[in-house]
Design a protein around this ligand. Structure first.
Ligand code: CP
Length: 320
């Protein structure tokens, strides 16, 4: 693996899952694989889990991890080719990224979409610029359209609960949930493309009318506008809000109550409930579900370390 920007870079997903689960059993199994190597973790947007889990993963492999809160402490970056920089940006990515490539052996970058222009966000200009100009492997710590370390974690977490009794394939339902502000489609896009690429589940998406995601991520997943119908006999329910893809970045009116409750969970096959976190309690997910016996959100977040460690180990194996 050279970069880790989406499921397309993952290669053998089962191999990554096995590697992650081996690290979960023995975190210090490869304590000198990253000796003498340094990873820079650049945050253009906030993070708790991604930042800390990637740092821990790097340290478990003997790497030095340096976090740079670029949006707070760095110069404002310019990404437009040929820009006349007489406005608010202070440093061009063409100048900054090669320096980061000089300081670091691997770069991790987090950047959120602006949610103003679908074309601009889906072009992934910021992440692709770091890849183009840094000259070192780049790991997405979440980009404008996907969150691959989260999605790998999610598949690892689901794998730990398999097989489901009397089923060849578990039923996974990704359900839209309400939120107070427009959120990116990244987690939902990414979860969809990873479940599809993994290919070991019946995959269903429940979202209100008008909230369909980009088909290039959801592919053949069955889309339901009726959440309760979608939840029937589900083994895993993945809860996430996303803003509108068609009326890009907007929140449009929604019919019915889309927050997951214990009553709705009764329709499922005692489904495990997942969420990438952070979660707005009693808006996206009710207290009763989050604090109840079916929530596995804390375990899921714990697995972020092993997903990051599996990815880092794979990239380190390819470095001279
Ligand atoms: N799930 C996730 O990416 O969490 P953070 O935003 O805290 O990193």
């Amino acid at each position: 693996m050279k970069n880790f920007l989406s499921v397309k870079d993952a290669g053998n997903i089962s191999g990554l899952i096995n590697s992650a689960l081996n690290f979960k059993k023995v975190p210090l199994a490869k304590p000198i694989l990253g000796k003498g190597k340094r990873i820079g973790l650049l945050f253009l947007n906030p993070s708790m889990r991604t930042r800390l889990s990637t740092q821990i993963a790097a340290q478990n492999l003997g790497m030095e991890a340096i976090v740079f809160n670029a949006s707070q402490d760095g110069w404002t970056l310019e990404f437009e080719e040929g820009a006349v920089m007489n406005g608010t940006t202070s440093e061009h990515i063409k100048d900054a990224a090669p320096i980061l490539g000089n300081y670091f052996d691997i770069l991790g970058v987090r950047t959120f979409p602006a949610l103003k222009s679908r074309e601009e966000d889906y072009a992934e200009k910021i992440m692709n610029s770091f890849v183009k100009y840094s000259g070192v492997p780049v790991i997405s710590l979440e980009s404008a359209t996907v969150h691959p370390l989260q999605s790998l974690t999610d598949i690892i977490t689901i794998s730990e609960y398999l097989p489901v009794k009397d089923k060849v394939k578990p039923k996974i339902v990704l359900t839209w949930a309400p939120h107070v502000k427009p959120l990116p489609q990244c987690v939902a896009n990414s979860f969809s493309e990873w479940v599809n690429a993994w290919g070991k589940a019946e995959f269903v998406i429940a979202n209100p009318e008008g909230y369909d995601l980009d088909k290039s991520f959801t592919k053949d997943a069955a889309i339901f506008n009726n959440q309760e119908e979608a939840l029937k006999d589900a083994d895993f329910v993945y809860v996430k809000n996303w803003s509108n893809y068609k009326d890009y970045g907007k929140i449009i009116p929604v019919r019915g109550d889309w927050m997951l409750t214990n009553k709705k969970l009764e329709l499922t096959n005692n489904a495990k409930v997942m969420h990438c976190l952070p979660v707005r309690r009693n808006v996206e997910l009710s207290d009763e579900v989050l604090d109840g016996p079916y929530s596995i959100v804390t375990e899921e977040a714990g697995n972020r370390v092993w997903a990051a460690q599996a990815v880092l180990a794979d990239i380190l194996n390819g470095l001279s």
